[in-house]
Design a binder for this molecule. Sequence first.
Ligand code: 13P
Length: 280
Amino acid sequence: MDSSGFFLRSHTEVSAQPSFTFLYAPQKNMTRRLLIAGNWKMNLTLAAALELVEGLKKEAASVTDVDIAVCPPSIYVQPVAAALKGTNIGVGAQNAYFEKEGAFTGEVSMGMLTDVGCRYVILGHSERRNVLGESSEMVNVKVHAALDAGLIPIVCVGELLKEREAGTTEQVVRRQFDGSCSGLTADQMAKCVIAYEPVWAIGTGKVATPDQAEEVHAAIRKMIEKNFGQDVAEVVRIQYGGSVNDKNAKEILAKPNVDGALVGGASLKVASFMGIVRPS
Ligand code: 13P
């Protein structure tokens, strides 16, 4: 099988944007385009969100070689998506439920996200795993539902400090990866993004060293290869997340298996987020 044709076709199917052609990206390698996504978490007012979006729109207009996305709180997804329609900035949600519709008070479905112009959905973020008790089994059902709805899941994995100190990082990440991506076809896996976010680096200012990130990213790529084959492992983007800012981004993003960043705090200001998209 012609692998490039295979994966280009599969990504064209899932993407709402015809410009999603990372096979020809100039940087990193020939198969993976950087994806810099801002996870706004539970921050900003509507007015502040729209102001941030206006600033990003202006600054990002000339960026053609990096995929950019913002992931607002669910209540702001629709107005942010409307403001970003037709631009080169995609919109993602921070979570959604796996059922299509029905009596699920307080939840939002994957189909509702696509309905308002979402392209990505973050699933299994550590704050959902550790604060809200979300299991890899739950994440897995959501990953399937997201793909069925035409969304690109950004599947998060990452170890706690005590797990790193116990030397079990790879084991923990493997368990989360295997559990969260279970039952996917190769084609479906190729449509996913993985975000490696060591929990000890999130919101702490304690960024993983580029070598620490690369080590885990390379291990994740091996896991993808083992479960889904080499062609899939070559195209899946693996983002790093955890205290990424405009000062440390360049070195981390230069690592061969780091294909982007999932940014929390530094995504809330135009200058710091754009400093990660275009690190100097
Ligand atoms: P910080 O960039 O604030 O550490 O957050 C990282 C994160 O959790 C992104 O999803």
